[in-house]
Write a protein that binds this ligand. Structure first.
Ligand SMILES: C[S@@+](CC[C@H](N)C(=O)[O-])C[C@H]1O[C@@H](n2cnc3c(N)ncnc32)[C@H](O)[C@@H]1O
Length: 314
């Protein structure tokens, strides 16, 4: 697709890569996700152990944080997944009994159209979003179910984001957790800042979980950047990923009350120990250097507009 911002094909393709990586880790037993295979009929490609551990760490951490937010609010809250791709969090939360009032996913219409297609074809996916008193309404790239809403929108275009959230019956007064898993980095910082500022202003009580790169200025970071560029995927938002401090400041400077960023090394150390002990036995690592490099070049930033959410940590 070539629009006002040039072609987004490279960025859209990152979803196929993320889905295939997650599916590989799931197939090896890193975590349970019976839904992901519905979005990847061809099955996953094998990935190196470091990549599998990296995906385990990111997926578990984000899931645990969202689950805590829902539990603290006794379900009286909303989840908005920005650039959700083929993520299956709604279905995993539903099967553990932790559903919010509303779960909205936004991505480019090209991606949501494909996701809509896969959902329509899959009995387990459809069953989980269905409700006796609510017909699932869908068109090519949007799907409205009882709690689950999938909407096509370009996150760089605020009026589009706002219109799609309103079409999803969003309630600006309910506590809302936003998730962006490897998404903001593909937008220029002017656009991601506008989005963060708008959320802080519009929602009465917001919490944000942002997963993406950090420490991009060193040699390893430069290699990551050039690898992505060679796949026609520029990281227009790389400036915000310079350090943990810059990741925090992007929120605070746009009106968020506070933010805390941690690299994936320290996130890994905070994950439930018994599960980590299980996972490290799944595949041997020849040495730890590559994993350490990966873990120190990705981070999770949590930001809040409401100090009630400062207790939501790993
Ligand atoms: C690396 S994938 C991650 C997908 C999912 N969050 C995950 O972690 O599995 C990045 C996703 O962000 C989406 N994305 C990036 N920029 C976007 C934009 N401006 N508007 C809507 N979606 C965007 C892409 O289409 C893609 O699905």
């Amino acid at each position: 697709m070539a629009g006002e911002y040039g072609s987004d094909d490279g960025v859209i393709a990152t979803n196929d890569d993320a889905t295939s990586c997650k599916a590989c880790a799931v197939s090896l037993g890193y975590w349970k996700d019976p839904y992901l295979a519905c979005f990847l009929p061809s099955g996953p490609d094998r990935r190196p152990p470091e990549i599998n551990r990296g995906f385990y760490c990111r997926t578990q951490a984000i899931y645990l944080l969202v689950q805590k937010f829902i539990q603290v609010n006794k379900g009286e809250c909303q989840v908005v997944n920005l650039g959700a791709g083929f993520d299956t969090m709604f279905w995993r939360l539903k099967s553990s009994g932790d559903t919010p009032v509303r779960f909205v996913e936004l991505d480019f219409p090209e991606v949501t159209a494909k996701k809509t297609h896969y959902i329509q074809r899959s009995k387990p996916l459809l069953q989980a979003i269905s409700h006796d008193d609510y017909d699932v309404k869908l068109n090519r790239s949007n799907l409205h179910a009882f709690k689950y809403k999938l909407m096509g929108a370009d996150l760089r275009v605020l009026p589009e984001v706002e219109a799609k959230l309103e079409e999803s019956d969003i309630d600006y007064s309910l506590p809302t957790v936003f998730v962006a898993e490897c998404v903001l980095v593909y937008m220029c910082t002017t656009k991601s800042s506008e989005l963060l500022k708008w959320i802080a202003k519009k929602f009465k009580s917001a919490f944000f979980i942002n997963y993406e790169m950090v420490n991009l200025g060193d040699r390893f970071g430069e290699v990551m950047l050039s690898n992505l560029r060679s796949r026609h995927c520029d990281l227009h938002g790389a400036a915000a990923c310079a350090t943990l401090l810059s990741q925090q400041e992007r929120f605070v400077s746009e009106g968020w009350a506070g933010a805390e960023a941690a690299d994936m090394m320290s996130v890994w150390e905070r994950l439930p120990r018994s599960d980590v002990a299980r996972v490290i036995k799944l595949e041997m690592l020849d040495e730890n250097e590559l994993l350490t490099q990966l873990f120190t070049h990705y981070c999770i930033t949590m930001a809040w507009t409401d100090t009630r959410w400062t207790d939501i940590t790993l």
